[in-house]
Design a protein around this ligand. Structure first.
Ligand code: PMP
Length: 367
């Protein structure tokens, strides 16, 4: 039996994509091989990577002055690659400044790693209230090399309802948990990056979308594998790319187009989110953690209203266990924050959200 998988990532994928991959496992496109067995430099793989890039460009309306890279190392490696390529300096030269907006644990990790190469300035933070909102009026300083935000905060379930004012300072966004969940004006950003394992495909591929003028500024000591200019010049084939992941992303993007593209998927995401939030807002027992204006479309975090922390934990553990026993899996919150979390990425059908709500209603009555 297939379950409804509410994992924050690796996450549920469309069933039709998995079936297509299964059908093509032994013989992809009449080549007599699986995509896993293809040389990345072969004529068999070239159309696969080209098709994936083309579909991503089409769905995200990526302007022609942006490069699309398929890399490895997860979103976490971008915490290093972004500062290395956009702001790091030759040895002995004083560090440049870069601004960071602190909206959650991933945003903090990005800032911490960047601190090895740049002077990190936290321009705004929502740490004072456990990251349950996006700070208003965030701005970069004109002298900053770039400004980094985490557009959707997977662990706490917030999403930026606006973009910070950065003027000519390049805006860099981690879009790991919201890529292709709703339209995004790529031209407003210098760099966008996302680990694939939520809305795009399996873990192992990282998508980087970068404005061409930001490529080629890494200092001479930067390891080759961490240089955007080398990856861009080689069309993501400087070394062996995550071939199978790129192929699955291509199938997921085909599926997105079949659904009607981004407009249709956005409307569906809004419908799913509204269903779940309106249930939570009216629930006697469960409590949504995030301010209304900052709510994520993808990760919905909530807790039991029980005041006693020990009893609350017991109730939440029971919830996760009983939900799993009826095929609703991975509803525990991130280990650092606890509570409960339903990640409802593009591939989560609305039936999954309805099944979760029906379960919650029943669970509340049992308390
Ligand atoms: N940024 C965000 C917003 C994330 O949600 C995650 C992972 N959940 C990461 C970065 C880290 O991604 P990875 O494990 O691919 O390095």
């Amino acid at each position: 039996m297939r379950v409804y998988n509410f994992s924050s990532g690796p996450a549920t994928l469309p069933l039709s994509v998995l079936e297509k991959a299964k059908d093509e496992m032994l013989d992809a496109n009449g080549t007599g091989q699986s995509v896993m067995e293809m040389s990345h430099r072969s004529g068999d793989f070239k159309p696969i990577i080209e098709k994936t890039e083309g579909s991503l460009r089409e769905l995200m309306e990526i302007p022609s002055n942006y490069k699309v890279l398929f890399l490895q190392g997860g979103a976490s490696l971008q915490f290093s690659m972004v500062p290395l390529n956009l702001a790091a300096v030759e040895i002995g030269v004083p560090k440049k400044k870069a601004s960071f907006i602190e909206t959650g644990i991933w945003a903090q990790k990005a800032a911490e790693e960047a601190g090895k190469y740049v002077e990190v300035i936290i321009r705004a933070s929502s740490k004072d209230r456990s990251f349950s909102y996006i700070p208003q009026g965030a701005e970069a300083d004109t002298a900053d090399a770039y400004c980094h935000i985490t557009l959707n905060n997977t662990i706490v379930g917030t999403r930026w309802p606006y973009l910070p004012k950065t003027g000519s300072v390049p805006l860099v966004a981690d879009i790991s948990s919201c890529i292709l969940s709703e339209p995004l004006d790529v031209s407003k950003f210098g760099v966008l990056y996302a680990g694939a394992q939520k809305n795009l495909g399996p873990a192992g591929t990282t998508v980087v979308i970068i404005r061409e003028d930001l490529i080629g500024h890494a200092p001479s000591w930067t390891p080759n594998l961490l240089r955007y200019d080398i990856h861009a010049a080689e069309g993501s084939l400087f070394n062996t790319p995550p071939c199978y992941g790129i192929y699955i992303i291509g199938l997921v993007l085909d599926w997105l187009k079949e659904q009607g593209g981004l407009k249709v998927i956005t409307a569906l995401n809004q419908e799913k989110t509204e269903l779940l939030y309106s249930y939570l807002d009216n629930s006697k027992h469960f409590f949504p953690l995030v301010e209304k204006s900052s709510r994520s479309l993808m990760n919905i975090c909530f807790i039991s209203r029980e005041k006693d922390p020990e009893i609350r934990k017991t109730i939440e553990n029971r919830f996760v266990k009983e939900a799993a026993s009826v095929g609703l899996v991975n509803l525990a919150g991130h280990k650092l924050v606890g509570g409960l979390r339903a990640s409802i990425y593009n591939a989560m059908p609305i039936e999954g959200v309805k099944a979760l709500i029906a379960f919650m209603e029943k669970f509340e009555k049992s308390l």
